[in-house]
Design a protein around this ligand. Structure first.
Ligand code: ACO
Length: 323
């Protein structure tokens, strides 16, 4: 027998306020057509004052717990992947732990920007396989709108706010039963910091700073790294792309999603896309997309689901899941 990690519930939450491309075109020199053509994004959600990363995370977590049919009392670890924590410290995860009414277990944040959810899921999977935890809430939550330079048209059109969550549970299965999180693969290359970073921080400028990006450079690395880390996941599991049912990618740019799917030989209808309505919600984008595809019945038990992401660092990674 072996201990594996299975996702037993998903949840998500989006702020009510919608910001369309047309509205953005009144704020900076851009057009609806340019944004749709270059990115695939039509609109994004933006938090109102007082709506913070922990507030979004709590809603997503409660929805995931409800879907799993358990309560926060059944959880023994909370991981929040975020680049936009409520405070420099303590972690957003400990705040969410308290909001959930938990006075047991432990909680911490993970910072890998847009790859944060994959990194957090990997940590959760390893903790479960090692016997450290039985049920872990893995949350990706971001209020990226607060670190955007709203006068910079090259970045402000790309991002949105939101949160997604999954409940990961330890299950004992036969050694040859391949279910749950089959593998995770993580990478980073700190030398590429300059192509995507925030120009501030608590330990340098004592400000949060704003997102700065060389879009074309990031794009080039994304298509190469994402296809490579997807293939790494398939090879590690003795699978081929044709065995996959779904690709649930980080939602950064429709052209990156199309390029990766094409490199893998996947059909367009196998790729779960929320980018058009959510834009890039960084660490929240994968759990948001997973929740949508689970709730509308696309992702079913027994199917192979590949998730992948790349973000500032650079960081990138993949998780292959048999649902
Ligand atoms: N509206 C109109 N024109 C614009 C806009 C805009 N919003 N933004 C840029 N332009 C202009 C540029 O100024 C440039 O004009 P020029 O030719 O006169 O100099 C022209 O459009 C082309 O600019 P490019 O940057 O070459 O455009 P590109 O086709 O590369 O698209 C984009 C830009 C959408 C940013 C793309 O490069 C991209 O998606 N990159 C990857 C982003 C990404 O994946 N991020 C993921 C990680 S995010 C994270 O980790 C936080």
């Amino acid at each position: 027998m072996a201990i594996v990690s299975r996702i037993i519930g998903t949840g998500s939450h989006l702020p009510d306020k919608v910001l369309t491309n047309v509205e953005l075109s009144k704020m900076v020199d851009t057009t609806d057509d340019w944004i749709i053509d270059r990115t695939g994004i039509r609109e994004r959600r933006i938090c109102k004052e007082g709506e913070t990363t922990s507030v979004l995370a709590l809603q997503a977590a409660e929805n995931a717990l409800e879907a799993a049919g358990i309560t926060a009392q059944d959880i023994d670890q909370v991981i929040v992947a975020t680049t936009t924590p409520d405070s420099t410290f303590p972690s957003t995860a400990t705040k969410v732990q308290a909001m959930l009414g938990m006075d047991h277990g432990f909680a911490f944040d993970v910072q890998a920007v847009c790859s944060g959810f994959i990194f957090a899921l990997s940590i959760a999977d390893n903790a479960i396989r090692a016997g450290q935890s039985k049920r872990i809430l893995v949350i990706g939550s971001e209020v990226f709108s607060r670190i955007i330079d709203w006068t910079d048209r090259t970045t402000c059109v790309l991002f949105g706010d939101g949160a997604g969550a999954v409940v990961v549970e330890a299950q004992e299965v036969a050694d040859d039963q391949k279910v749950g999180i089959l593998s995770t693969h993580l990478h980073s290359d700190g030398k590429l910091r300059e192509i995507l970073y925030c120009d501030g921080g608590p330990g340098s400028t004592a400000t949060t700073g704003h997102v700065r990006m060389l879009g074309r450079e990031v794009f080039r690395h994304a298509v190469t790294n994402l296809a490579a880390v997807a293939n790494e996941a398939l090879e590690a599991n003795g699978l081929e792309a044709k065995d996959l049912d779904w690709l649930v990618p980080h939602q950064a740019n429709k052209r990156i999603l199309d390029g990766t799917a094409k490199k893998l030989g996947l059909r367009e209808d196998q790729v779960v896309i929320t980018l058009d309505r959510h834009a890039n919600t960084s660490a929240a984008s994968i759990p948001l997309a997973l929740d949508e595809a689970v709730r509308d019945g696309r992702i079913k038990e027994g199917q192979y689901v590949l998730t992948e992401a790349m973000g500032g660092g650079l960081t990138w990674g993949s998780a292959l899941i048999r649902w």
